[in-house]
Design a protein around this ligand. Structure first.
Ligand code: GDP
Length: 222
């Protein structure tokens, strides 16, 4: 994974990512309590981020579908973990948004318990993608999430969003500040990607990164 728009991945990796995300993607489970998680199945990746970071938009851009966002934004489902099959090789988990002032404190606490329990005890979870708004960089609530991930020893990578909203001259500084913040964090992947769901920049790279992750786990395409 690299901060660059494209070119850090081989043509083969980009193609593996494209193929992986061309598979049908369907919602199959919503978990509201830690004792109500689906049985462990395919390898999982999870997406987390502050409310409004662009999580639904990015998941939709990755999968090329709009059903995911609709499900996750359904009232009552926004505080749940929403599980999706991507073909039969990978499951995607959309975690509840955090850190939004309008979310009642009690709800944030519930998010904490559900998310922490899931993160601690999920052997199929390969990596969490912590989405960070590229216009603002890492905020306190993102730091809190990363601290929880470090404590749970869950591998995670930061993905910057809304690249199209950030001036070209500011992008490098945003990436550098992000990498600097990750340097001291034991479970953080040491690189980042700057994506835009609106223009599609970085999306093929993120797919390639995920396909490589699967391949490393010995579950890649033959
Ligand atoms: P979520 O709450 O994290 O799921 O965020 P959404 O995907 O619903 O997006 C929140 C807002 O940010 C919406 O108004 C989106 O249109 C906007 N947004 C999401 N991704 C992008 C992006 O890549 N570029 C721009 N300019 N806006 C985006």
């Amino acid at each position: 994974m690299s901060a660059g728009p494209s070119g850090a991945f081989s043509a083969e990796a980009i193609e593996a990512g494209r193929k992986l995300f061309a598979a049908p993607c369907e919602f199959f489970f919503a978990a509201a309590r830690s004792d109500g998680l689906p049985p462990v199945g395919a390898p999982e990746i999870a997406f987390a981020g502050r409310s409004n970071v662009g999580k639904s938009s990015l998941i939709n851009a990755l999968t090329g579908r709009s059903a995911l966002a609709r499900v996750s934004h359904t009232p009552g489902r926004t505080q749940q973990l929403n599980f999706f099959h991507l073909g039969d090789r990978l499951d995607l988990v959309d975690m509840p948004g955090y850190g939004y002032a309008a979310v009642a404190k009690a709800k944030s606490a519930a998010w904490g318990v559900l998310a922490r329990d899931y993160l601690r005890g999920r052997p199929s979870l390969m990596r969490v993608f912590v989405l960070v708004d590229g216009r603002h960089g890492i905020k306190d609530s993102d730091e809190a999430t990363m601290t929880a991930l470090d404590a749970a020893a869950v591998s995670y990578a930061v993905v910057l969003t809304k690249r199209d909203e950030v001036k070209v001259a500011e992008r490098n500084a945003r990436v550098e500040a992000t990498l600097e913040a990750l340097r001291k964090r034991p479970a953080a992947y040491p690189e980042t990607l700057f994506t835009s769901a609106r223009t599609g920049e970085g999306v093929a790279d993120l797919r390639a990164h995920i396909a490589e992750l699967l391949r490393e786990r010995g579950r890649g395409a033959p």
